[in-house]
Design a protein around this ligand. Sequence first.
Ligand code: FAD
Length: 307
Amino acid sequence: MPHYPAPPPSLSYELFPPASAAAAERLEVSLEALAHTEPDYVSVTYSGTPHRRRATLDLVDHLVRDTRLRPLAHLTCVGESAESLAGLVRHFIGLGVRGVLAMRGDLPEDPAADVGEYPFARYLVELIREVEGQYSAALGAGRLSVGVAAYPVRHPESPSFQHDVEVLVGKQRSGADYAITQVYFRPEDYTQLVDAARRAGVTIPIIPGVLPVDSPDRLARLAKLTGVEPDPLLGHALETASDEAERRRIGVEFAASLVRRALGDGAPGVHVYTFNRHEGAIDLVERLDLPGQRTDARHGLAARVGA
Ligand code: FAD
């Protein structure tokens, strides 16, 4: 039997749609810088509110038409109708997008608010597969790559970590091809998730999601946003660092140590949350020295793009 070498680890970045003209200009610089590291794809976050939804669609459109970056379009189902979701999936397929990250989205703060026809992400995965069957096949567009969220640390609404694992099994059964994790701060959290998922029958790749955190404020905001307890040592190091450069170095080194351990434990790649700032993401990629590609990043990329 021929022996094929293992593929190099995948590399991807998360971006969000800019909220102002100035932010859009800054994002262009980041897109240019990130493109030099040859990511496999860049993901674009989604929000169901009409204005922000438009901004997501515009950014995905821009990536397809004006850059060589491959977009992964996030989509959330909470509060949405089947018709509107199916329309969005058709829109992405028609545009040439071949990857969708299917999530539920955070619940509205008002407990009486309508959560829509799709209360859980796995139903959105099923809907995407249905639309793909009818529409993508007719266009000759091929199979979509559908990703889902996974949680190394218990999801805030979930009764247990094991329940999260069962939910991931359900997402795989519904047709998910891979999962990207929520942020985490303890290396063993990723490994425990993968081990528990494999024991439960999950075979799809589980890609660790990491963020190079460069300030105590950002760390606190991240904890609030995700419900993941921040690492106290990282928090202390960021608070006592002498300047911005030192904080950036600390955040990058912390994220690099998480990724090295995950890759050592068999992770298929890395997904970097950027908050639309390329500097830390590029420092991280340089630090990781990923095998097989992205020579640009290894040979002084930061200097060339002014990162
Ligand atoms: P689900 O898998 O539906 O799970 C939600 C909750 O319901 C969990 O507690 C789960 O345990 C429980 N549950 C699921 N199925 C069942 C069932 N059958 N019975 C009982 N309980 C069940 N949010 C955005 O708004 N926009 C984004 O672009 C976005 N991008 C993200 C990217 C990544 C990589 C990650 C990890 C998260 C992202 N989020 C985003 C946040 C995500 O929407 C929230 O974490 C959300 O609260 C849960 O989404 P989910 O897809 O995991 O939901």
